[in-house]
Write a protein of this length. Structure first.
Length: 340
């Protein structure tokens, strides 16, 4: 979503190529996802109550241990769920390895994802407790919730019951992940295709409150926005000056904080930054180009007792239903990086 690619990390973030497919295919995908959303897809809270009752406690304990020593892993682990769901649905395909480097995780938008070894660690502990029961896709969803809660963010009930896919294709990540330079039209259509609303778009963009980004994701906004050596007029000039201190022309590798000053804490500061024209990506700035998204951004810069945390949980549950495999579809992988 976006999420920073949600950071370079949820979301963020989002790919290096356009998210648009052909109209016919987009329509088919949207109808399929909408149908899934309508019938609930066989997911439910407490799906493993009888078959693996301790699964959520195992995930939480592991994640709390990890984040206590490596809080910067929260953003990429949250973003991993976005990047899984936006390609083929939430079925764990982002975790699969390819000996020829042609899987989703090998696509440019996913090269900055980190924390795959944490998913493996959780899976190993869950398998020891109840072998062959819990899917890798569900583990990714539970981890996304628990890393968010671990850095003072919201907690929500995660629906489970997903099964794992067996296909992972690099080009599908390139064509389906929304890029950090997406405009509001591309963002809205990309979310609509997946059964998500305009409100979900702006809420899930709030995941950019944590994590870091590489200069390569926004360097053009600083030095060559229209190909004439200019800067992006929608980006605050004072912020541009600060960013240029870290990101030199052509810099691909230096990193900056998505939410300067609190990039390790999940809070509402993202919306304050966007309202001040200090959103790092063009896709952040685009939230001011639509009346509904702009209203939400402004609301969460002025009110106390904001609904952002509650809204984020609701939107994450909706996102977690995209294109899921349930029932007898897919499989329960024994190891998350390879099919059985």
């Amino acid at each position: 979503m976006h999420v920073s690619k949600t950071s370079d990390e949820l979301a963020h973030d989002r790919g290096m190529l356009s998210a648009e497919r052909s109209t016919d295919l987009s329509t088919l995908i949207f109808l399929a996802f909408a149908s899934d959303l309508a019938n609930g897809q066989g997911l439910k809270v407490g799906f493993y109550e009888q078959t693996c009752p301790n699964v959520e406690a195992i995930v939480k304990k592991t994640i709390d241990q990890v984040i206590s020593v490596a809080p910067t892993l929260a953003a990429p682990l949250l973003r991993m769920h976005f990047h899984d769901c936006f390609v083929r649905g939430c079925e764990g395909s982002v975790l699969l390895n390819s000996p020829t480097k042609q899987a989703e995780k090998d696509a440019i938008p996913n090269l900055s994802l980190r924390g795959f070894q944490i998913i493996d660690k959780v899976k190993t502990r869950v398998e020891k407790e109840c072998p062959g029961v819990v899917s890798c896709a569900d583990i990714v969803a539970l981890v996304a919730r628990d890393v968010t809660a671990a850095i003072k963010g919201p907690y929500w009930e995660v629906e489970t019951g997903r099964r794992d896919g067996t296909v992972s294709i690099l080009i599908e990540a390139l064509t389906n992940l929304l890029p950090p330079f997406a405009n509001i039209t591309t963002l809205k259509s990309g979310f609509k295709r997946r059964g998500l609303s305009v409100k979900d778009l702006v809420v899930l963009s709030g995941g950019h409150t944590i994590g870091i980004s590489h200069c390569s994701s926004f360097n053009n906004r600083l030095y060559n926005f229209t190909g004439k050596g200019d800067t992006d007029p929608t980006l605050d000039p004072n912020y541009i000056a600060r960013l240029k201190m870290t990101c030199k022309p052509g810099d691909q590798n230096s990193i900056v904080e998505m939410d300067p000053g609190s990039f390790k804490t999940f809070d509402e500061d993202y919306f304050k930054l966007v309202s001040k024209r200090r959103g790092l990506f063009q896709s952040d700035a685009a939230l001011l180009d639509d009346s509904e998204t702009k209203t939400y951004v402004k609301l969460h810069t002025t009110t106390h007792g904001t609904t952002f945390f509650k809204d984020f949980g609701v939107s994450m549950v909706k996102m977690g239903r995209i294109g899921v495999l349930t029932g007898m579809a897919g499989e329960i992988r024994k190891v998350c990086t390879k099919v059985n």
